[in-house]
Design a protein around this ligand. Structure first.
Ligand SMILES: CC(C)(COP(=O)(O)OP(=O)(O)OC[C@H]1O[C@@H](n2cnc3c(N)ncnc32)[C@H](O)[C@@H]1OP(=O)(O)O)[C@@H](O)C(=O)NCCC(=O)NCCS
Length: 130
């Protein structure tokens, strides 16, 4: 059994979060497609860094979760996916931000399953013109 711990984000994790967010194996799940430079990440984290937490699996960074304006963003490093890390992060972050919600792409089955497993229910649909 792996030991999971959610810790507040610090400078030391800025690049872990950036690399994971940029990773094509993870990126497809997000609504915004982007490649973040170290400089952009630094500026972003100076503003929003306190909104992020990192999940350590046996003391190694395995994923991150953040809540900005109640909106959850979460990613698990591919090496650690499907081991319960995502569910752990969502459950822990809900203790800190109980009013948070998730906005996910219709085709993002992994994310949908994750939030359903974490006890979320579909409350709204967002419809956009094609
Ligand atoms: C979504 C994501 C965070 C899930 O992380 P994870 O650590 O693999 O999730 P968990 O291991 O806690 O799995 C939670 C549930 O979702 C299911 N699940 C996870 N990945 C899945 C996949 N690719 N396909 C189908 N189901 C999946 C698991 O089977 C599990 O259900 P179970 O308890 O019945 O086994 C991860 O796939 C990821 O980082 N995706 C890319 C980024 C992304 O899409 N983020 C969400 C945008 S807000």
């Amino acid at each position: 059994m792996h030991r999971l711990k959610l810790v507040p984000n610090t400078h030391a994790y800025y690049d872990f979060i950036r690399m994971l967010r940029n990773d094509p194996r993870v990126q497809h799940g997000f609504i915004q497609q982007t490649q973040i430079t170290p400089e952009e990440q630094h500026a972003y984290m100076e503003k929003y860094g306190d909104c992020y937490y990192v999940c350590l699996c046996d003391d190694q960074p395995a994923g991150y979760v953040g809540v900005i304006d109640h909106d959850i963003r979460v990613a698990t490093h591919p090496d650690y996916q499907k081991k319960g890390v995502g569910k752990f992060m969502v459950q822990e972050i809900m203790k800190i931000f109980p009013d948070a919600y998730a906005k996910i792409k219709v085709e993002n089955e992994a994310s949908f399953k994750l939030f359903m497993k974490a006890g979320f229910k579909v409350k709204y649909y967002i419809l956009e013109k094609e």
